[in-house]
Design a protein around this ligand. Structure first.
Ligand SMILES: Cc1ncc(COP(=O)(O)O)c(C=O)c1O
Length: 359
């Protein structure tokens, strides 16, 4: 059976090599006579898998020793609540930067637990990032939260905010592992797994140790970073299989040459697609050029009536999940690490062909 080029924003394509490894190890993981899915999370085999995954992630991102790495459940959305529950009191103020749909959701959830100051709002169509000099920050804020890459709008920060002593919290769900980053400016990095890491439901949290010990007394235990860190993310049964898949993806990234190699490939893929859009005089991407996402590329056709034939033709050509998010329409091509350049070239060729027939 052949595989399609899957442009889904998440759950997204996994590397074929990783899927083949999972298949080969499904019945009998390395002579244990069982699948990883069937192993005790306390047993030596799974503990080894979990430790290796953490070590590989630490190596890939060069995570300093003063950060804890947690493998939790509930997706990034659980962290929208866990962040204020771990870092604020009800009367604390947290600053948020709103650059699109996911920032908005994080803000709405935080408002249930603490005071929120929206320090900057890209507003309207969310097609750019307000420069840091224009933000109205709260002196002594508990933290500042932002979304480096907005998965729906395809808007990416061209800079890392410089927040001094205020902990910087970043939702990296759709950008983590797409290129090297420096971890040390961040207090907390979190990322739902279903784009560049592995299966949905798992969320990776990287938290600086000095931010532990601040959780409210009534935080649900499974969302308590301090308790989870103390128990190696195994305070309850973790998402064992997802953790193992994440580890297999980390190893795959290392075999490709690490995050520098991911950056080269992602830059080439995004460059190829944006050049095709801009050069077409037909397709359009609405985002300010300096804020264009490498991972999620939204684009429109000259009229919405063309969307259906475009998507049908794409599917017939083996190019799937190109429909834009239901809230914005149009098209969106997500180009996470597992999307090969051949997929982008096939998409660009299809776009030219479609334009030739419908232009
Ligand atoms: C940037 C961003 N944050 C948060 C989420 C929510 O993640 P989850 O559905 O895993 O809770 C998503 C999902 O696509 C996302 O793209």
């Amino acid at each position: 059976m052949s595989r399609v080029f899957n442009f889904s924003a998440g759950p997204a394509a996994l590397p074929a090599e990783v899927l083949q490894q999972l298949r080969d190890e499904m019945f009998d993981w390395r002579g244990q006579g069982m699948s990883v899915m069937e192993m005790s999370h306390r047993g030596k085999a799974f503990v080894g898998i979990a430790e290796q995954a953490e070590a590989d992630l630490r190596e890939l991102l060069a995570i300093p020793a003063r950060y804890k790495v947690l493998f939790l459940q509930g997706g990034a959305t659980a962290q929208f609540a866990a962040i204020p529950l771990n870092l604020t009191r009800p009367d604390s103020v947290a600053d948020y930067v709103n650059t699109g749909a996911w920032s908005k959701k994080a803000i709405a959830e935080a408002k249930r637990y603490c005071k929120v100051n929206v320090a900057a709002d890209a507003g309207g169509k969310y097609a750019s990032v307000p420069p840091q000099a224009t933000w109205s920050l709260t002196p002594g804020a508990a933290y500042i939260h932002y979304t480096p890459n907005e998965t729906i709008g395809g808007v990416e920060f061209p800079f890392v905010p410089d927040m001094g002593d205020v902990p910087l919290v970043a939702d990296m769900s759709s950008t983590i592992l797409s290129r090297p980053i420096e971890v040390s400016p961040f207090g907390v990095i979190y990322a739902g797994a279903q784009k560049n890491i592995g299966p949905a439901g798992l969320v990776v949290v990287i938290v600086r140790e000095d931010l532990l010990g601040r959780a409210r007394a009534d935080v649900p235990t499974v969302f308590d970073w301090t308790a989870m860190a103390a128990d190696g993310s195994m305070l309850n049964t973790p998402a064992t299989y997802s953790w193992y898949v994440a580890g297999a993806v980390f190893q795959w990234i290392k075999r490709q040459g690490g995050l520098a190699a991911m950056e080269r490939s992602n830059r080439a893929k995004a460059g190829t697609l944006y050049a095709a859009i801009d050069g077409s005089g037909y397709y359009r991407n609405p985002v300010a050029p300096e804020c264009r996402s490498w991972m999620n590329v939204p684009f429109t056709l000259p009229s919405a009536e063309l969307d259906k034939p475009f998507l049908e033709g794409a599917k017939a050509a083996g190019l799937v999940a190109l429909a834009g998010h239901r809230s914005v329409g149009g098209m969106r091509a997500s180009l996470y690490n597992a999307m090969p350049i051949a997929g982008v070239e096939a998409l660009v060729e299809y776009m030219r062909d479609f334009q030739g027939r419908h232009g």
